[in-house]
Ligand binder design. Structure first.
Ligand code: AP5
Length: 224
C-alpha cells in the first residue's frame, strides 16, 4: 500500500494531477482544501476557519491533522490514497509519517515546480464546476462556452481566495511554512520526485509522472 503526496505551491496543479492519478490508480483523492471548503459551506469548520482561508493563511495543524486522520480511517483509503495539499507544515508531515509508519504505508512525494508568474495566472484564471468539480482556466483551459461547464452546463465559479492579493499571501505562506517540508522529507530519506510543471499540458505532465513512478527511482528530476 502506498500514499502519494502531491506537493507544490498554490496553482501548481496538485488538484489536477491528483484527479488524474486517482482515476488511474482507483484510490481516493483526498484534498484538505476541498474538505475545509466543504466544512465552511456546511458551517461546521469551526471558529475563524473561513476567515483564515479567505486571508490566504493556513488553518491550524490540529484541525487539519484530525480531519485527515478521520478520512484515512475510511474503508476506501485501505488500499492507498492521494493527498493533495497535505502535509504543508513540518508539524503535519511529522504527524502523518508517524501514523503511516505504524500502518506500514510507503510514501511517494511528487513535487510540482512552477514559476511564480505562471502560478498567479493559473490561479486568477481558475474556474470550477460546483457540481462535478471539473477545473477550467480562462487562459490555459477555457470551457467551450465561456463560464459554462462542458460536461453538465453548470455555471462555473471562481474561488473567493483566488484574487491576486490573496494569492500573494498564499504564496508567502507556502514559502514560509510549506517549502521547509521538502527539506524535512529529505532528512527522513524520502526523496521527492520533482516535475517541472509549468510548460506541459496536464495530460502530458501526468504521463510523465506515471512513467517516472513506474520506471525511475524517487529523486529523479522530470522534464529537464
Ligand atoms: P488548497 O485548496 O489546498 O489550495 P492550494 O494549495 O492553494 O492549491 P490550489 O487548489 O490553489 O492549486 P492546485 O495546486 O491544486 O492547482 P489546480 O490543479 O487547482 O487550500 C486552500 C486553503 O485551505 C489554504 O490557503 C489554507 O487556508 C487551507 N488549507 C488547505 N490545506 C491545508 C493544510 N494542510 N494545512 C493548513 N491549511 C490548509 O490548478 C490551478 C489552475 O491551473 C486550474 O485552473 C487548472 O486548470 C490549471 N492547470 C493545472 N495544471 C495545469 C497545466 N499543467 N497547465 C496549464 N494549466 C494548468
Amino acid at each position: 500500500m502506498r500514499a502519494f503526496i502531491l506537493f507544490g505551491p498554490p496553482g501548481s496543479g496538485k488538484g489536477t494531477q491528483a484527479k488524474l492519478l486517482s482515476s488511474c490508480l482507483s484510490v481516493p483523492h483526498i484534498s484538505t482544501g476541498d474538505m475545509l471548503r466543504e466544512r465552511v459551506r456546511k458551517a461546521n469548520a469551526g471558529a475563524g476557519v473561513a476567515d483564515t482561508m479567505a486571508a490566504g493563511e493556513l488553518v491550524s495543524d490540529e484541525l487539519v491533522n484530525r480531519m485527515v486522520e478521520e478520512r484515512l480511517a475510511e474503508p476506501d483509503a485501505r488500499e492507498g490514497f492521494i493527498l493533495d495539499g497535505y502535509p504543508r507544515t513540518v508539524e503535519q508531515a511529522r504527524y502523518l509519517l508517524e501514523r503511516l509508519g505504524k500502518r506500514g504505508v510507503g510514501v511517494v512525494v511528487i513535487h510540482l515546480v512552477v514559476d511564480y508568474n505562471v502560478l498567479i495566472a493559473r490561479i486568477t484564471g481558475r474556474r470550477e464546476c460546483p457540481r462535478d468539480g471539473t477545473l477550467y482556466n480562462i487562459y490555459f483551459r477555457p470551457p467551450r462556452v465561456p463560464g459554462i461547464c462542458d460536461l453538465d452546463g453548470t455555471l462555473l465559479v471562481a474561488r473567493p481566495d483566488d484574487t491576486e492579493a490573496v494569492v500573494r499571501e498564499r504564496l508567502e505562506a507556502y514559502d514560509r511554512q510549506s517549502r521547509p517540508v521538502l527539506e524535512w522529507f529529505e532528512a527522513q530519506e524520502i526523496r521527492p520526485v520533482t516535475a517541472d510543471a509549468d510548460n506541459l499540458p496536464p495530460e502530458a505532465l501526468f504521463e510523465r509522472i506515471c512513467r517516472a513512478l513506474k520506471l525511475t527511482a524517487p529523486g529523479t528530476v522530470l522534464n529537464r
